[in-house]
Design a protein around this ligand. Structure first.
Ligand SMILES: [Zn+2]
Length: 317
């Protein structure tokens, strides 16, 4: 049996035909349009291009947003046009297949549990560090969504009182200190405080500090730039502090670090592990979660959504 997984992101809609081993057999993609109807049409078109070439049993959508526990409705998606939208029903009607929705981090966590870095672990937390933080939680292989589908929204835990303002309306959120955006913000602060210290990054900025992206900071850190390395150390600190909180709440067996920033893991993960170890309650007297980087990369959401669609068809959901 083959299913299609679709990763509905803020910039592109990527779809793949996935088999039961989690292998992607075929793909299609299109840019994410801005209106809700146009978005539905774009998703239908990528799915149709795949169903034209393969026999598909069901479709799963990994969505960067809040999905209701019925797995059919998108409540809110900050970077997409959907608001209280009956997405599954609308798309299902057009492609004549069952459609299930899932939060993208939950879908990625499921994929890493079935096929990747968290295979077989009892309690799994996935922390996707990109522009912000996306988080997923699996208990005994089952996605934990909370009572209303929103859990675990870890990126907006307030980790720094009176800290950096966040687009969610609060301040001091974890993702303001531990994300690609945070790397950029920290580097800009450091450059302003120590003019003339940085070589690579100061040149990159060329008078406009806003041009310093998280990616540029990571690149400069790899080249040994002192300001970039300090920004990376700050990220490691807040990652470790945050993971210690996560460990106190969920006591996970495996923590999977995913997302674009995880590609720079060699620059921060060992430091984060050390801080995590020291910051957790009962440090030294309890087993530590294994902290690993994701294995499925960008495909995790798509593969996880396809796996969930398979479960729904098989009646395992
Ligand atoms: Zn926030």
């Amino acid at each position: 049996m083959l299913t299609v997984g679709v990763d509905v992101g803020g910039t592109s809609v990527r779809a793949g035909v996935v088999d039961r081993r989690g292998t992607i057999l075929d793909t299609a993609r299109v840019g994410t349009p801005s209106g809700a109807d146009a978005l539905n049409d774009a998703i239908v078109s990528v799915i149709s291009s795949l169903t034209a070439r393969h026999t598909i049993s069901a479709v799963g959508l990994a969505v960067a947003g809040f999905v209701a526990t019925d797995l059919k409705t998108v409540m809110f998606a900050p970077h997409l046009a959907w608001r209280k939208a009956a997405v599954a029903e609308r798309i299902s009607r057009k492609i004549d297949l069952p459609v299930v929705l899932e939060h993208d981090a939950n879908a990625a966590a499921l994929a890493e549990f079935r096929y990747g870095a968290a295979r077989g672990a009892k309690v799994v937390t996935l922390i996707a560090i990109g522009t912000g933080i996306g988080a997923g939680l699996l208990l005994d292989g089952k996605i934990f969504r909370g009572a209303y589908g929103v859990a675990p929204e870890l990126g907006h835990l307030r980790i720094v009182p009176n800290g950096r303002p966040c687009s969610c309306g609060k301040s001091g959120c974890w993702e303001r200190y531990c994300s690609g955006t945070a790397l950029s913000a920290t580097a800009i602060e450091l450059l302003a405080g120590h003019p003339g210290q940085s070589t690579v990054l100061a040149r990159e900025a060329a008078g406009d500090a806003r041009s310093i992206t998280g990616r540029k900071v990571a690149g400069a850190a790899r080249d040994g730039d002192p300001v970039a390395l300090r920004a990376m150390a700050e990220l490691a600190r807040w990652l470790g502090e945050g993971l210690a909180l996560v460990a106190d709440i969920y006591d996970p067996e495996v923590i999977v670090i995913a997302g674009g920033v995880s590609e720079s893991a060699p620059l921060f993960l060992d430091d984060a592990r050390e801080i995590y170890r020291d910051a957790m309650t009962g440090a030294g007297y309890r087993p530590l979660a294994r902290i690993r980087t994701a294995q499925l990369g960008d495909d995790a959401g798509l593969v996880g959504a396809a796996a969930l669609a398979r479960d729904v068809v098989n009646g395992h959901h």
